[in-house]
Write a protein that binds this ligand. Structure first.
Ligand SMILES: Cc1cc2nc3c(=O)[nH]c(=O)nc-3n(C[C@H](O)[C@H](O)[C@H](O)COP(=O)(O)O)c2cc1C
Length: 200
């Protein structure tokens, strides 16, 4: 109708890896927020690659894997479908988890076909300690987004400008209000920018 602004639909894929549920919780919050902003959302997980004996050595790891069996395993198609992709990973030695990295490495053919370009990319993480390398993890993901020809959309602001980051600390604290608020702000911004880019 003339004079009515029509909101463009935006496809958002949240691809995450999580051993013990922290990143899964943030991924859920980001997905729900993006849906509230009117986006079509796919929440998908990077496949578990660790040997069974390693998973079973930590009850929380084995339980989380069992609890999230129904979350679809990510495919390249989920990334190709998206206007915006949010990658979530626990910080591992200041870097991306092998599981998420392995998934990203399967995107080689899509990259060489130029099919990863011009999408919005954003990232979130968690770590055991405040200075344990969460920002280097996030920047590692943004390095890859440069190769894709992507448009990096970090949250900015004063929570963690690089991307939502939850610190578990010595008490193994679950995701709390601060990280959830950061996740909401990040998801809102990603949808807003992806929508604006579609309108260009
Ligand atoms: C092999 C390994 C390496 C880790 N390296 C770091 C690290 O460099 N910095 C940090 O703060 N936490 C580190 N952690 C802690 C994880 O980041 C933390 O357990 C994770 O963020 C929890 O997320 P999840 O519940 O989604 O698996 C490491 C954990 C493991 C198992």
């Amino acid at each position: 109708m003339k004079g009515c602004a029509v909101e463009r639909s935006v496809n958002v894929t949240v691809v995450y890896y999580s051993s013990t549920g922290t990143i899964h919780r943030l991924a859920e919050e980001i997905s729900e927020t993006a849906e509230k902003q009117g986006a079509e959302v796919r929440l998908v997980r990077a496949a578990e690659l660790a040997p069974r004996h390693a998973v079973d050595s930590r009850p929380a790891w084995a339980a989380h894997l069992r609890d999230t069996e129904d979350v679809p395993v990510a495919s390249a198609g989920d990334v190709l479908w998206a206007d915006a992709v949010l990658f979530g990973t626990p910080t591992r030695f200041g870097n991306v988890s092998a599981q998420l990295k392995q998934f990203i490495d399967t995107l080689g053919p899509a990259w060489s076909g130029g099919l990863l370009a011009d999408k919005v990319y954003s990232a979130f993480t968690s770590g055991a300690s405040t200075h344990g390398g969460m920002e280097t993890t996030l920047v590692s993901i943004y390095n890859m987004a440069c190769h894709f020809g992507g448009i990096i959309v970090p949250p900015g602001g004063d929570l963690n400008p690089y991307g939502t980051s939850h610190v578990l600390g010595a008490d193994n604290a679950p995701v709390g209000d601060r990280a959830l608020r950061a996740a909401q702000l990040q998801a809102e911004r990603v949808v807003r920018v992806a929508r604006a880019l579609k309108e260009v």
